[in-house]
Ligand binder design. Structure first.
Ligand code: PTJ
Length: 253
């Protein structure tokens, strides 16, 4: 591959793309993961490539909900491992109750093990999901393979970069589903109990930052979660994008 010139206006984006392509070569990212990334980038353009006020509100509520949960689990797929293994490890370290589980749509035992190894190298102490022990009801794809002590038993599941089927299946079982997805129109975002409409590597450190701050104020957690209405969060994203496009059409953005 030819080197990416630092002066390129999309230098960071090109670096991430090249890295994801390498991670595909190493068997971490599925080929389809590159397409998913491109879709995310398109929505990030529309969102202004920064965390919006409604994303920050959702991230704070996610931190509060994770602190309140008895059995929270963070689900990791190939894209998440490639982009944010270190951030996953740092979040798990800040929230000792949070378990980390590999859950894949394009599942092979080798891929699951490679992803788990990447997470371990980044500092995740206990990685579930390499040898799944249970099936999630109503989910015929390989995403239905879960750990009985992980996602199956969870009261809260944090699912970044999902495909909508599992978010819906998890919600149907009564679990509190926190999603991180740049696409405010996706089935994932629409099925979420708490949708975070933001980029993964911005969202995870912010959840961690908020969790560390909120740990000192346990009395506020329930109210913070209740204050983050999922329909209002989705509505804010639609309004935000519509307003940006209106401003662009007027030439004032
Ligand atoms: O590793 P596997 O086998 O489990 O497969 C993972 C992929 C991502 C291929 C699989 O989950 C998939 O097909 O996902 P989708 O249905 O393409 O959905 C991915 C969603 O993530 C899309 O709505 C994107 O907008 C969004 N997205 C992509 N990159 C990011 C993102 N959201 C937040 N941060 C990102 N960096």
């Amino acid at each position: 591959m030819s080197p990416i010139p630092r002066s390129h206006p999309r230098y960071h984006s090109l670096l991430v793309r090249a890295y994801l392509a390498e991670e595909m070569g190493r068997g971490i990212v599925a080929p389809e993961g590159l397409i998913a990334h491109g879709r995310g980038e398109a929505f990030d353009y529309l969102l202004g490539e920064g965390s919006t006020p409604f994303a920050l509100k959702a991230e704070r509520a996610a931190a509060a909900r994770l602190l309140l949960s008895e059995h929270p689990v963070l689900s990791v797929n190939g894209n998440v491992a490639a982009l944010a293994s270190r951030e996953v490890a740092q979040l798990a370290a800040a929230l000792p109750g949070l378990r980390v589980e590999v859950n894949l749509f394009h599942r092979t035992p080798q891929r699951a093990e490679r992803i788990a190894e990447k997470l371990r190298r980044a500092g995740v102490i206990d990685v579930l999901g390499v040898h799944p022990t249970a099936r999630l009801r109503g989910l015929p794809s390989d995403r239905g393979w879960v750990d009985e002590n992980g996602i199956l038993a969870a009261d809260t599941v944090l699912v970044p970069l999902e495909d909508g089927d599992r978010a819906q299946a998890l919600a149907r079982t009564g679990k509190f589903v926190i999603t991180i997805d740049l696409n405010p129109l996706s089935r994932t975002t629409r099925a979420a109990s708490l949708p975070i409409i933001d980029e993964l590597t911005r969202a995870l450190p912010e959840i961690r930052r908020q969790a560390l701050a909120l740990r000192k104020r346990p009395g506020s957690w329930t109210q913070i979660v209740q204050g983050a209405d999922p329909d209002a969060l989705r509505g804010s994203a639609y309004e935000f994008i519509a307003e940006r496009l209106r401003q662009m059409a007027r030439g004032t953005a």
